[in-house]
Design a protein around this ligand. Structure first.
Ligand code: IMP
Ligand code: MG
Length: 185
């Protein structure tokens, strides 16, 4: 994989702005779930980076679980309604207050399918916290309780989001210049 600087169009959200917003979200969640059994379900792999920083800013007792999802169909960058669980949560969510933590909601297929699978396990509540929302791309409705940033329809990377599995560890969110990026195959 080449250096991301070759195709970085712009830094959309800086490290400082990410951290500032995540601090606010953590405070809001802490207030809303005060006195409740909070269980975060972090969606692998992209949601993990956001989840970890969010947890540092939630000051009420809570636990975390992970769920791996793979959507298959047309190409790696478009998700379809075909969503498969590759790694499932290890605890019973019945009567727990579940908050799903995801990096980005695009078409909405991934999360709406996860929500459907979790609802039948009867959590006390089930809400969504996403770092980024590309609302203009939505194909199926997803109820979002907490959102970090609304973004335009641009392909972004960093802070959990990958380009062909690379660059998840960058501390900022960047926009890909699609004229300069050559996908490897
Ligand atoms: P959805 O099912 O279309 O909502 O897709 C959500 C998933 O697509 C996210 O969890 C990401 O893995 C991926 N995704 C969507 N947009 C982007 C992007 O701009 N950059 C990197 N990954 C993205
Ligand atoms: Mg993802």
């Amino acid at each position: 994989m080449e250096d991301y600087k070759n195709f970085l169009k712009e830094v959309l959200i800086t490290r400082e702005n990410l951290q500032k917003r995540i601090t606010e979200l953590g405070e809001e969640i802490s207030q809303d779930y005060e006195g409740k059994e909070l269980l975060l379900i972090s969606i692998l792999r992209g949601g993990v980076f956001f989840t970890v920083d969010l947890m540092k800013n939630i000051d009420i007792p809570h636990v975390v679980e992970f769920m791996g999802i793979s959507s298959y169909g047309i190409g790696a960058r478009e998700s379809t309604g075909n969503v498969r669980i590759t790694y499932d949560i290890q605890t019973n969510i019945k009567d727990k207050h579940v908050l799903l933590v995801e990096d980005i909601i695009d078409s909405g297929h991934t999360l709406s399918s996860v929500i459907e699978k979790l609802r039948i396990q009867h959590p006390a509540s089930l809400e969504v916290c996403t770092l980024l929302d590309k609302a203009s791309r939505r194909e199926v409705d997803v109820p979002i309780r907490y959102c970090g940033f609304d973004i335009e329809d641009k392909f972004v990377f960093g802070y959990g989001l990958d380009i062909d599995e690379y660059f998840r560890g960058l501390p900022f969110i960047g926009v890909v210049d699609l004229d300069k990026y050559e996908p490897e195959d």
